[in-house]
Write a protein that binds this ligand. Structure first.
Ligand SMILES: Cc1cc2nc3c(=O)[nH]c(=O)nc-3n(C[C@H](O)[C@H](O)[C@H](O)COP(=O)(O)OP(=O)(O)OC[C@H]3O[C@@H](n4cnc5c(N)ncnc54)[C@H](O)[C@@H]3O)c2cc1C
Length: 508
């Protein structure tokens, strides 16, 4: 970290606005009065909530999981607030669950037991931009899209762009190693995080990684990215800046057969072209999106591909010509290039509002996230349709086709008796089938609670023990977001931490 940035970081992180200590404490949850009083003493009453509504809101994320309840909810404003909260929680023998915007889809931020929740959304500042090193320091509660907007005057942006980027935070992105449409060419979050300041479970503060090109020692930064809140709490993140490309071309390729669209994806990559993004939607998804966002997608296409190429203007022109030719050779029924920035934005708005559009189809949805070899996309899609038909459900498919990252959306109405069971059973089959095809459990949403018990299917007992040991080296008492990711047989100390909450009479 440059000295200026260190100073800027310390200034912002250190400037805590304390609440009025004399103000009345918020009402305590059962068994939590002493804990709440200590948290208020540590960070101020305006930063601690223990009322039922606040705890309820912090007890879920965007997944369908709710197994525990939030204990007191803290809104730290600085690293020292986070340290204080972690130390108070440790004194009371309580676990800590960090959360960002709560857009996670695997239950990562849905607390188990009744931990102290640290909602990081008030730590949302851009701490400094270092164009010389191509790095910016940000607080973890900064919203992903706000970061790129703040960087725009410098001609740079933050490349990972989850479809939830208007809401999700950089801290949540780091914890889940999130991806997004443009991660095909640019890489997922781990490729864009240079260093992280972390508060460990004993309250000590470490900086993992640094700004040098070849950092010495073990890559603990790499181990932290994707650790789903279980290795500590990120309080500042140094992100890599990506220059805005001089030219961009966005194309909508439409097909009347899904297999032609899938063959086009493989052919583009085989031709040595790595577009910035290749996204695919099937007909049901296109219809829902078009009705919702009027993005200009043809509802009669069996599948559409949204392909974006970027870089120097000459290269973009050549690559987009090649993509169009490949699509036509694979029976594309139309090839359209966005004429201007407005049309490009409209095409992307369609893709990025795909999940919201499901609300017009059914009141509930369960979004899956597995990865399969790109070459098996057609086979996998056929299997998904077959599974979903068998369970009498509706599926909309939208996915990062370029890297084989599937997102089948099971749309349903949970008020219909028995539907939840069918949705879960179909979801399990989709996960199993993806693994059978040589795929992976998750492309970007993480393991959380959702896929914890599938970890045994993907990793050996030795692998899982090693993962558990790595986690314990950051958090020996397993107090950070316990019970997530590692399946029960490999997370005994997590279960110990949850039982301690139970014994203290605070189990949710
Ligand atoms: C409509 C929609 C579209 C989505 N599209 C994408 C997509 O394209 N790509 C993608 O990857 N994901 C996507 N997601 C999933 C989700 O947005 C991402 O996982 C995102 O990174 C979560 O960020 P968050 O701030 O909401 O974190 P939360 O959901 O609040 O938390 C996620 C995890 O991060 C941990 N955490 C949060 N802050 C910290 C911190 N400061 N330190 C340590 N741990 C922390 C939590 O404990 C939890 O385990 C989508 C979700 C929705 C609802």
């Amino acid at each position: 970290m440059s000295r200026t940035l260190v100073a800027a970081t310390r200034r912002v992180l250190g400037s805590r606005r304390r609440g009025d200590r004399a103000a009345a404490s918020p009402p305590a949850g059962a068994g939590d009065a002493a804990l709440v009083a200590d948290l208020v003493e540590a960070i101020g009453s305006d930063r601690v909530r223990a009322d039922t509504a606040s705890r309820y809101l912090a007890s879920r994320d965007a997944s369908i999981y709710r197994e525990g309840n939030a204990g007191p909810v803290c809104y730290p404003g600085s690293t020292s607030d986070v340290v204080a909260c972690v130390q108070v929680a440790a004194r009371h023998g309580r676990a800590v669950s960090p959360r960002g915007a709560g857009t996670g889809l695997a239950g990562g931020a849905a607390p188990l037991g009744q931990p102290v929740v640290l909602a990081m959304t008030r730590m949302d500042k851009l701490l400094g931009v270092d164009l010389d090193n191509g790095v910016a320091w940000v607080q973890p509660g900064m919203v992903n899209l706000d970061l790129s907007r703040a960087l725009a005057p410098h001609g740079v942006h933050y490349a990972p762009d989850p479809s939830s980027q208007a809401a999700c935070t950089i801290g949540g992105n780091v914890a889940n190693n999130s991806g997004g449409p443009h991660c095909l060419a640019y890489g997922v979050t781990s490729a864009h995080v240079v260093a992280v300041e972390v508060v460990l479970s004993d309250g000590s503060v470490v900086t993992l990684g640094d700004l040098t090109a070849e950092p010495a020692g073990y890559d603990l930064r790499g181990a932290f990215v994707g650790s789903e809140g279980m290795c500590g709490i990120a309080t500042a993140v140094a992100v890599r800046l990506t220059r805005n490309p001089p030219a961009v071309r966005t194309m909508l390729l439409c097909f009347d057969d899904v297999s032609d669209a899938a063959a086009t994806v493989s052919a583009i990559i085989a031709a040595g072209i790595v577009p910035a993004a290749i996204e695919m939607m099937d007909q049901r998804c296109v219809t829902a999106v078009e009705d919702f966002a009027q993005a200009g997608y043809p509802k009669d296409a069996a599948a559409v591909l949204l392909v974006e190429v970027d870089g120097p203007a000459g290269g973009v022109a050549i690559a987009s010509e090649k993509v169009a030719g490949i699509a036509r050779r694979n029976q594309a029924i139309s090839v359209r290039t966005a004429a201007d920035e407005d049309e490009r934005a409209r095409l992307w708005k369609g893709r990025k509002s795909a999940f919201g559009a499901v609300a017009n189809v059914m009141p509930d949805y369960y979004l899956h996230d597995t990865v399969v070899p790109r070459t098996r996309l057609v086979e996998v899609l056929e299997r998904i349709y077959e599974i979903v038909d068998r369970y009498d459900l509706i599926v909309l498919n939208v996915f990062h086709a370029g890297d084989g990252n599937l997102h089948p959306i099971l749309a349903y109405d949970s008020r219909v008796p028995g539907t939840d069971e069918r949705v879960h059973a179909a979801g399990r089959e989709i996960i199993e089938m993806s693994l059978d095809m040589g795929g992976a459990l998750t492309g970007e949403h993480g393991i959380g609670v959702e896929k914890r018990e599938h970890m045994n299917r993907m990793f050996s007992a030795v692998d899982l023990d090693q993962q558990s040991r790595l986690r314990a080296s950051f958090d020996p008492h397993c107090r950070m977001n316990p019970g997530k990711v590692l399946p029960s047989a490999h997370s005994c100390s997590d279960i110990g931490a949850l039982r301690a909450a139970d014994a203290a009479g605070v189990w949710g």
